[in-house]
Design a protein around this ligand. Structure first.
Ligand code: ADP
Ligand code: MG
Length: 233
């Protein structure tokens, strides 16, 4: 019965998500439709083109993050050097961080153990966290990434920013679908992170101080015996 209950809970969550996504996508679609109607009557000005484009970007972002959430049910876990994985992510983020005057410093144990992970998903976690950190520092700043192994067979990863921070009463809300304080946010990034870390049998926690910055801490088991396939949802 425990399994059945879990399954029905998942179905309920899926239904909630589907309703949320339909709602979130309908708003930009409605505004795009309005502008397209203006097109017809030849009243369309250049600024409207930009609104249409940014609304389309928003739909694209929502659908993109939802695709990550609903990836196929089996994922391939492989042994991976986290250090390398992170270097790839930092390279991917480099344009965005330079443009926003943000520097990423990493401090990594020299003998960091290998980790068994779903590579693309774990990269997605760090992409989302770096993106949030950059967006939290509109005037630029530093991001510190720390990774340490320990004798408990886990790796502790921290992504620390010097950004706007999060009020304590908001922290429990984070990770709920569509909670966003950003004009162009989707509110799906952290939820995706939670979900992926959960799949890796790890834990994600948020520590933050308004106007000081935010630390996202992930504790993830190294899982010495490699698993080839695991259920995702
Ligand atoms: P999005 O980035 O699209 O808004 P997320 O799920 O990634 O969605 O984040 C949800 C909300 O959590 C953000 O809108 C922001 O208010 C808050 N948040 C997340 N990360 C940070 C951070 N590093 N600093 C400050 N606020 C953050
Ligand atoms: Mg985000």
């Amino acid at each position: 019965t425990e399994k059945l209950l879990l399954k029905s809970e998942k179905m309920a969550l899926l239904g909630q998500m589907a309703a949320g996504i339909a709602h979130e996508i309908r708003n930009p679609l409605t505004s795009i439709k309005g502008f397209i109607q203006l097109f017809k009557s030849n009243h369309l000005q250049e600024e409207y083109y930009n609104i249409v484009l940014s609304e389309l970007d928003r739909i694209n972002a929502i659908v993109g993050e939802f695709l990550v959430l609903s990836k196929p049910s089996a994922s391939i876990f492989v042994e991976k050097d986290l250090n390398e994985l992170i270097k790839d992510v930092i390279t991917l983020m480099s344009t965005q961080s330079i443009l926003n005057n943000v520097q990423i410093f990493s401090e990594v144990d020299s003998d960091l153990p290998m980790i068994c992970c779903e590579e693309a998903q774990l990269k997605q976690v760090f992409l989302n966290l770096f993106k949030n950190a950059i967006e939290a520092m509109p005037d630029g700043g530093n991001i510190y990434l720390k990774m340490k192994g320990n004798e408990k067979g886990t790796i502790v990863i921290q992504v620390i920013d010097e950004g706007v921070g999060i009020p304590p009463e908001r922290i429990p809300t984070l990770g709920e679908p569509f909670y966003t304080t950003k004009e162009k946010g989707t509110g799906l990034g952290l939820m995706t992170c939670y979900k992926i870390i959960e799949t890796h049998k790890g834990q994600l926690s948020i520590h933050s101080e308004v106007n000081r910055g935010t630390t996202i801490e992930i504790v993830i088991p190294t899982m010495t015996q490699p698993l080839l396939k695991r259920e995702f949802v």
